[in-house]
Design a protein around this ligand. Structure first.
Ligand code: 4AD
Ligand code: MG
Length: 460
């Protein structure tokens, strides 16, 4: 039985649990063993005793921290205040031994940096167990939200020939041998000899592909891994991260903002209903005040301002920024965090960014200077969501590709969506790990994905 399913209803009945030993306390004729099976933050207390537990004297010395066991016995009310129930073990079976001296997870607190070096074992700690459960709940809630709102889940490809963000930060995928590259007559690499017969990369976003589904099926979303070869060694960037990208048909930038706000409120509310004890843990040990902060997010409308207003507010700010602000500049993390953390103290949606600092597919506004982009900024993180209304006018889009010196040939199919029955549509991308940071109060993005990939690190 899973420990999270055990409660006072089962008092007096026989129960079997399987898990890993967290602590062992030897009394004279008793031993208290705390076992955790990953189903919840708290383990179950197993009480072994000389008179009740079979083979007590031979089994007890083998029950070391980290060992895997199965325990069967009667569930009783616990005399200790820490837990409502405990298991009086009649039978304990050792499933996997654990040499105590070598086991890296001793009872003392370990730094997150150290735990990153043992990413294969860190899910056995309280914090990483809780992160895994919250991550699972957020993924489930994301699907639930979009499914309940009539969105179709579309699986978009991971290997692609097109650069969605046009930023050239892609990992190349090839089967060519680096020491014997085939060359054309003019000395360039002959990609016709490569696996796909042209250069291919890991996708930076499923957006372009999911737009094709949107322009046929209506509201859709994709949720998958994305890859960016940007050399950002920060606590907010990964080289491999997951993104949820809805795309809404017959919709504009306001529909996009409404959807993003409703989505965030929904998934956070889902956590309170489904991960209550993990959320209490995060509130107590990771970020004091987390629960109040998130309740605030659910209960208040997000602030909505234009980029131009944001620049004015930043220029008036009493704070000195490392990067000076003026109209036209990209907002740096320090600017985003000032707006959301200090000025508004809640999520802020910024719209209407200068076209020069945004991707080619964003819809040009009437002023000819800005595009219908929107970023959702949240306290503690900065940018959590990036989205836009898409440019649906073929001529405007072609001109933009040319201005940005992107090869129209690579986007021929994307352009055809604008030729055949083009519609206004909009969408956004949620950085899933940033969402987990936001929901747990964890500080480093490397600690909210099981196996983080970042410059110099792809172990495990
Ligand atoms: O703002 P971005 O680059 O937008 C897109 O990729 C669009 N194609 C999305 C769309 O409209 N369908 O990325 C979206 C979000 C960011 O707001 C951020 O939360 C996250 O993805 N993100 C990263 N998360 C972790 N590591 C990185 N290197 C990230 N880059 C972006
Ligand atoms: Mg962005």
């Amino acid at each position: 039985m899973k420990i999270n399913k055990i409660d006072e209803k089962f008092i007096g009945t026989e129960v079997t649990i399987k898990g890993w030993i967290r602590t062992v306390r030897d009394q004279k004729n008793f031993t208290f063993i705390n076992v955790n099976d990953g189903s919840q933050i708290n383990g179950l207390q197993i009480v072994a005793s000389e008179d009740r537990t079979k083979n007590y004297t031979t089994i007890i010395p083998q029950l070391t921290v980290g060992a895997a066991i199965s325990a069967t016995g009667t569930l009783v009310k616990s005399p200790a205040p820490e837990q409502p129930v405990e298991l009086q073990a009649e039978n304990i079976t050792l499933i996997g031994t654990c040499p105590t001296e070598e086991y890296p997870l001793q009872k003392k607190r370990h730094s997150f940096e150290f735990l990153r070096t043992i990413a294969h074992l860190r899910p056995r700690t309280n914090t990483f167990g809780a992160v895994a459960r919250v991550r699972n709940a957020l993924a489930f809630a994301s699907h639930k939200f979009f499914q309940e709102h009539g969105f179709l889940y579309i699986m978009t490809p991971i290997i692609t020939g097109s650069d969605c963000e046009g930023a050239g930060q892609m990992f190349q995928v090839t089967t060519l041998k680096f020491n014997e590259l085939p060359k054309t007559a003019t000395g360039e690499i002959d990609y016709t000899k490569d696996f796909f017969a042209h250069p291919t990369f890991l996708t930076v976003s499923g957006q372009l592909n999911v737009e094709t589904a949107c322009c046929a099926l209506g509201n859709v979303y994709t949720f998958g891994p994305t890859f960016r070869a940007e050399n950002s060694n920060t606590s907010r960037h990964l080289a491999e991260f997951w993104m949820i990208e809805p795309e809404i048909a017959f919709a504009d930038i306001n529909d996009d903002m409404d959807l993003a706000e409703a989505y965030l409120k929904y998934v956070i509310a889902h956590l309170f209903e489904n991960c209550a004890s993990d959320m209490v843990f995060f509130d107590k040990f990771i970020e004091k005040g987390l629960i109040d902060r998130l309740k605030n997010v659910i209960n208040n409308p997000f602030e909505r301002i234009t980029y131009t207003q944001a620049i004015e507010l930043l220029e008036k700010a009493p704070k000195k920024f490392e990067f000076p602000v003026k109209w036209g500049c990209d907002l740096q993390s320090e600017h985003e965090r000032y707006l959301t953390e200090e000025l508004f103290k809640k999520p802020v949606i910024v719209t209407g960014y200068p076209k020069e600092i945004k991707a080619f597919y964003m819809r040009r506004n009437k002023d000819d200077k800005t595009v219908a982009a929107m970023d959702v900024l949240v306290p503690g993180i900065g940018e959590l969501i990036g989205g836009s209304q898409r440019e649906e006018r073929l001529d405007v889009l072609e001109k933009r590709l040319e201005e940005m010196q992107l090869d129209k040939k690579n986007y021929w199919w994307y352009l055809e969506l604008r030729k055949y029955g083009s519609i206004p549509h909009a969408g956004f991308g949620v950085g899933f790990e940033r969402l987990v940071l936001f929901a747990t109060g964890m500080e480093n993005i490397r600690d909210v994905i099981p196996f983080p990939r970042y410059p110099g690190h792809a172990e495990f």
